[in-house]
Ligand binder design. Structure first.
Ligand code: C5P
Length: 307
């Protein structure tokens, strides 16, 4: 018996970072947007006494930890504990979402593991239970479950769906290896006295009217300067989007992935080809959003991601 879940990556359309809270997290206003780039998680019962075994396949295999501190392993243990079960499971992670990239790939795997393990053990947990467990696992995990376009407050985990119309097309220049805590620490160094974050009305208005041009102009990320400070090459890459007529270009989350908002699929192809010619060595990914959050599939199903 095994169960499979498919979970999307996210980008941030707004990421406003405020002061550090007593628990060490930063106060945030984040507008999350789920895009059509997916990891798949398959959870199967293991032999008694074997613990949690993680097998990673697909892209970025070497970058995913397979120890008990893997976020998906922690999610499986958490669900098993709720059922009063020993945590003996085989967890397969089929990766397409770049790792440590600002795309919430680790959070996606944790969300998929929560859903698949609950399904395997009898589907007894409510949506609220799963959301609460997701919030314990990480600030972005509740959104990976929810999907769509949503405003995240608190440390990012308190979600409200955003009114959004239409579909948006994106080109990602996806790179790996910027650690989220390191980028927040650099943000603190650059911003000794941040103000309390507020919802960006221009972003909300553009989403409500489905206006890609307005959204492109409104995209905003307070971590962008910190990410560029740690990866100076990012500013040149951001310019590539401007040069090829992207409606907006932004670092996603803590980076180092850059997201270009483009007009349509044809424009996405043009920008992707242009990005290839810059010598950029990461993955160039075309995606659309919003898409639904973590969903269960059949046990055997096939990969469904696009590059
Ligand atoms: O919640 P998550 O485990 O994804 O957070 C990873 C790291 O990102 C935290 O340890 C912290 O350094 C930083 N972070 C933060 N404020 C937030 C979210 C994350 O400082 N609201």
């Amino acid at each position: 018996m095994s169960r499979r879940a498919r979970v999307p990556a996210k980008i941030n359309l707004q990421l406003s970072v405020g002061p550090t809270r007593p628990d060490g997290f930063h106060e945030l206003v984040s507008v999350f947007h789920a895009i059509s780039l997916y990891d798949e998680i398959v959870v199967a019962e293991g032999e008694p006494g074997t613990g949690i075994r993680i097998i990673v396949s697909g892209d970025y295999v070497d970058l995913v930890p397979t120890t008990a501190d893997n976020l998906a392993a922690r999610a499986v243990s958490m669900v098993a504990a709720r059922y009063g079960r020993d945590a003996d499971f085989l967890v397969q992670i089929r990766k397409s979402i770049p790792v440590a990239a600002g795309l919430a790939g680790g959070s996606a795997d944790a969300a998929g593991a929560l859903l698949a393990t609950d399904a395997l053990l009898g589907n007894e947990l409510s949506r609220d239970d799963l959301m609460a467990m997701a919030a314990q696992l990480g600030s972005d995990v509740p959104f990976s479950l929810a999907g769509g376009t949503a405003v995240g407050m608190g440390r990012g985990e308190k979600l409200t769906p955003a009114l959004a119309r239409g579909e948006f097309h994106w080109v990602l220049l996806a790179d790996t290896g910027l650690s989220t805590p390191a980028v927040y620490a650099e943000f603190d160094r650059l911003n000794p006295k941040p103000t309390h974050p507020k919802i960006n009305e221009a972003v909300m208005h553009a989403l409500r009217s489905g206006d890609a041009t307005a959204l492109g102009k409104a995209l905003t990320n307070d971590l962008q300067a910190a990410a560029i400070s740690l990866r100076p090459g990012l500013s040149q890459l951001l310019d590539v989007g401007v040069e090829y007529g992207a409606l907006g270009s932004i670092v996603s989350g803590s980076g180092p992935t850059i997201a270009f908002l483009v007009r349509d699929e044809e424009h996405a192809l043009d920008v992707a080809v242009a990005a290839t010619s810059t010598g950029f060595t990461g993955a160039i990914i075309r995606a659309r959003g919003p898409v639904v959050g973590a969903r269960l599939g059949d046990e055997r199903g096939s990969q469904s991601h696009q590059h």
